[in-house]
Design a protein around this ligand. Structure first.
Ligand code: AHR
Length: 342
């Protein structure tokens, strides 16, 4: 009997406790939590929004390096744009090392910049630092090359369609060698969006009768391309074992030309297609060394700055903005060379 009584008592206590708890949970949150106020504001909108101007903007630009003429032009584009518009540019040069870029991004987060424009040296390995930027409320625009991170970790990507560039290069080989050929590939930085995309697009569009007999990286630099081309020439006889070379950028193309000439091979006897469309690439077409140059435009800063200001003002932006590009040929190279901006 007494144990039944105890059970009743226990049930009453539990019931009273549960009622008290539910009353508390209903009564407590009368004030709107700060996070709800934040959520009403578009992500990345600055405190000056929706009336921010360029003078209010601090843009972090952790440039990946200075490996090529393309990169030099890209850096100049950002520095010029900051001077023209009047925003502050926090610039650093990572010397083609991802860890340097990550440290630079972290320093910018600490500094509380308005926006981060990140040109990633490689595709993978950005999740942690992009999450840190996101948690700090700083919008990130991926510039030039792509990242493999989830798109929710950045606001937009502005750059070239690297796969399309590879496809365009393949079409040049398909036109030149309808009966097939053996070719070499001098590829860009391993794991970079530019090299991965170009290689993928190239293979997807290349005719089955054109064989890539070897592919090695020259890390997008002229200096590193020279020994790679020399090693190719030790293994393969130009004209016999291979008839063409797909080269992922103009700087490596010029390095390859240097090595070919030093080995007594006339570069014009091979079919060489490069990427970028720099002045060096145009000169190589004028000289008869490159047979086509697939454009990759480095002058990205005007678009990036405009988008960054929109983000600060809470305006809608596009998630992926691809640059409009073309292919250049030797027949117009001499005429266009003086007009080239990079
Ligand atoms: O990511 C763009 C590529 O990087 C360019 O083709 C190359 O020249 C640069 O180094």
């Amino acid at each position: 009997m007494s144990s039944k009584k105890n059970l009743y008592m226990l049930l009453i206590v539990v019931l009273v406790f549960a009622l008290a708890l539910s009353a508390c949970s209903k009564a407590a949150p009368t004030a709107t939590p700060a996070s709800t106020t934040e959520a009403a504001k578009p992500f990345g909108q600055a405190s000056c929004g929706p009336n921010c101007q360029y003078k209010d903007m601090v843009m972090c630009f952790p440039q990946l390096g200075a490996e090529s003429d393309w990169r030099t032009a890209d850096t100049a584009s950002f520095k010029d744009e900051s001077a023209k518009d009047g925003f502050q540019l926090v610039f650093s040069d990572a010397q083609q090392k991802q860890e340097n870029q990550i440290s630079a991004v972290r320093a910018c987060i600490q500094q509380g910049v308005s926006v981060i424009a990140l040109p990633p040296v490689v595709e993978d390995g950005w999740d942690a630092v992009l999450t840190e930027a996101h948690n700090a409320g700083i919008p990130v625009i991926i510039v030039d090359r792509s990242v493999s991170s989830d798109p929710s970790l950045y606001e937009s990507h502005i750059g070239s369609d690297m796969e399309l560039e590879g496809k365009r290069a393949a079409e040049e080989f398909n036109k030149k060698f309808p009966d097939g050929a053996n070719i070499l590939e001098l590829s860009g930085t391993t794991g970079s969006g530019a090299a991965v995309g170009r290689a993928k697009g190239f293979r997807a569009a290349l005719n089955a009768n054109i064989k890539i007999v070897d592919s090695q990286t020259g890390n997008f630099t002229r200096a590193e391309a020279v020994p790679v081309m020399q090693a190719f020439l030790q293994k393969y006889k130009a004209g016999t074992d291979f008839q063409g070379i797909f080269i992922h950028n103009d700087d490596m193309g010029l390095g390859a030309i240097e090595a070919l000439k030093a080995a007594g091979v006339k570069p014009g006897d091979l079919f060489i297609v490069s990427v970028d469309g720099t002045r060096g690439g145009f000169q190589a077409m004028v000289d008869g060394w490159f047979q086509a140059d697939v454009e990759c435009n480095p002058l990205l800063a005007p678009q990036v700055a405009e988008m960054a200001l929109k983000l600060m003002n809470g305006q809608a932006i596009d998630k992926n903005v691809l640059t409009n590009e073309t292919v250049y040929y030797p027949d117009k190279a001499a005429e266009l060379l003086p007009t080239r901006k990079y």
